[in-house]
Design a protein around this ligand. Structure first.
Ligand code: BTN
Length: 261
């Protein structure tokens, strides 16, 4: 079971995650948070579940995670950031998760555009960001799933080749409580940094975590668009620049990135 005392021992934030809701079972922590946005006590709360019956992934997919070994949590982040820069909230969150893995597991994942946590090409975790409106404020419900102590045979068969966990990568069973606290510490830092400084420096930092994907041949499925070309960089709004033919560059802001090489 999730040990709240260990989590609070490692938490260093000024407000994010000071309220921790632990649920044994829920349909989806993102849905749980989104249904309670008007509850004052849940502002800045972190909601973590041992088991999700309808865990949601990006692009309408399911998020499957065996109970008790991984992290599945959500939080609501109110922001006044311009709507066209909202995707930078998830980029900042991706950086924060990488920093926490570095701190606790001593390994640094890469970010596959826009915000899949990967190591050696295998997926370690992901972020689902869902936008809600409350008055004139944009609320981003950030849902985060990270494979922490999963053994390979605990993944559903279809994921065994493409997924990994921190345990599989380090050979160490990690404290989920310590990792969650570290993630929340870094999330508060990076999300505050974004609110105070705008997106430019966040995107500069983000570029470091996805640099290995630059110059690779990609296919990006973004809504009904399929963009095929060479990923040549991240623009100042956090969009992925894809050179589709010599000198012709298209920009995408979300979607699923696959590699050909
Ligand atoms: C992805 O597809 O990569 C994003 C996965 C996000 C999964 C997390 S688990 C906690 C939160 N609740 C959900 O239903 N989904 C997110």
């Amino acid at each position: 079971m999730f040990d709240r005392d260990i989590y609070f021992n490692f938490l260093k934030t000024s407000r994010l995650g000071k309220e921790l809701v632990t649920l044994d079972i829920v349909d989806s922590t993102n849905a749980w948070v989104a249904e309670r946005l008007d509850e004052q006590r849940l502002h800045f709360a972190v909601v973590v579940a041992e088991n999700q019956t309808e865990g949601r992934g990006r692009l309408g997919r399911n998020w499957l995670s065996p109970p008790l070994v991984n992290l599945a949590f959500s939080l609501a982040w109110g922001t006044n950031i311009d709507i066209k820069n909202l995707n930078t909230v998830t980029l900042a969150a991706g950086i924060a998760l990488c920093c926490a893995c570095q701190e606790v597991a001593k390994l640094t994942p890469e970010l596959k555009y826009p915000n899949d946590l990967v190591f050696n090409g295998k997926k370690l975790g992901g972020i689902l960001a869902e936008l809600r409106q409350q008055g004139d404020q944009n609320i981003v419900v950030l849902g985060i799933g990270v494979n922490v102590n999963t053994q390979n045979n605990q993944f559903p068969e279809e994921l065994q080749r493409t997924s990994t966990s921190l345990f599989q990568l380090t050979g160490m069973s990690l404290s989920r409580e310590k990792l969650l606290a570290s993630m929340i510490n870094h999330l508060e830092l990076w999300l505050d940094f974004l609110s105070e400084n705008g997106s430019k420096l966040v995107i500069e930092e983000y570029r470091k975590y996805c640099s290995t994907f630059i110059q690779r041949e990609v296919e990006v499925i973004s809504g009904s668009r399929i963009i095929v070309g060479v990923a040549i960089g991240i623009d100042d709004n956090g969009g992925l620049l894809v050179e589709v033919s010599p000198g012709v560059v298209e920009t995408v802001y979300s979607g699923e990135t696959r590699f050909f090489d």
